[in-house]
Design a protein around this ligand. Sequence first.
Ligand SMILES: Cc1ncc(COP(=O)(O)O)c(C=O)c1O
Length: 435
Amino acid sequence: MSEVNLDAFWMPYTANREFKAKPRMIVGAEGAYYVTSDQRRVFDGLSGLWTTGAGHNRPEIADAVARQLRTLDYAPAFQFGHPLAFELAERVVSLAPEGLDHAFFVNSGSECTDTATKIARAYWRVSGQSSKTKIIGRAKGYHGASWGAISFGGIPGNRKLWGQGVDSDHLGHTLIAGNEFTRGQPQFGEELADELEQVIGLHDASNVAAVIVEPISGSAGVIVPPVGYLKRLREICDRHQVLLIFDEVITAFGRIGNWFAASEFGVTPDLLNVAKQLTNGAIPLGAVLVTGEIYDAFMAAGGPEYAIELPHGYTYSGHPVACAAAMASLDILEQEGLIDRVREMTPGFESRIHELKGAPHVTDIRNFGFAAGLTLAPYPEEPLRRPFEVAMHCWRNGYYVRYGGDTIQLGLPFITEEAEIDALVNAIGEALTEN
Ligand SMILES: Cc1ncc(COP(=O)(O)O)c(C=O)c1O
């Protein structure tokens, strides 16, 4: 490959100096593997960024995108429509838990966060309770990089540079002592949800619009909710007339062996955010699903019929090419039974990944579906170094895993074979031993 000048591109969420000194360049992909610029095959242990569960370069998606580009490459998103956006909205809400009847399209998880929380605040306003504006997030939460997302998110490194954000408060996280090395859902910690009662009480429910949580925290290292915790959040929200938003940008469409975490845990939020796996990562697209009650409140309060009920949206909301990619990717999930496949293979992955208990530096392992997180003991004064070194070791040996904070994160492609799980776990074990 000819030399590329790396200087101009300021890379996102990247240690630019380190990367540009030792670039890790990906030039191709197929199935569960990347091809690097030095022609190595690297197993994609995070499905891209939790995006590409069905595997890379799916011809069905490529064909659908190419067809769409030749039929209708773009249509104005405001005040005009194209059929595919309506078809996709209907399809997505038909897969979602009952009651989530409408989809608002966006381009990313961050835009989901802003959109869902703007809808929540506006909902209370059009319902005559305009003082309900505060949004409650959670420590260790990740909802993206927009002003809203960093305000409601709870990862300190993503918050500290920016000063005042959007009005918010936070619940504590659920990563508690005593639950280490739990397989699947922890038994202890349901009562942590009661903190919501106090936070709402502190601000008074008349000032609180919504709570936003990832049912399973992804970026903080796969933190699985204790049994009963989400149900309790739902009950407290109901008691105080506070909307519940689930950020399922990682968990929706198969990652956990179900279409949605809401379905898996039997808790239906008022708003539910999806992105990433919706198009298998091929084209940016997200959606905020909302209940009929929320949608109807806007329609009822909309004024004359020609007036816009929700002055919000993006140039690329419901982009025809993204919708085509989403339709093809949902077809793949359905036709290949990939979500059942994840469910069936979860016990095998679970027992293999937990074999790393006892490996050097490993202080906790968590898993659900095809997601797992390992917490590593830090070097003194250098909490971020060990996961970086472990991940680089894996990369050199043909395995891409994510490192973030004091964790290593895995999000297997749904098409992963058992032998690949074995090889990945062995590679991580070796990296832990040597770093
Ligand atoms: C749960 C969750 N929400 C939101 C986002 C932000 O998505 P994006 O990077 O597409 O804005 C992410 C990204 O990883 C995420 O994991």
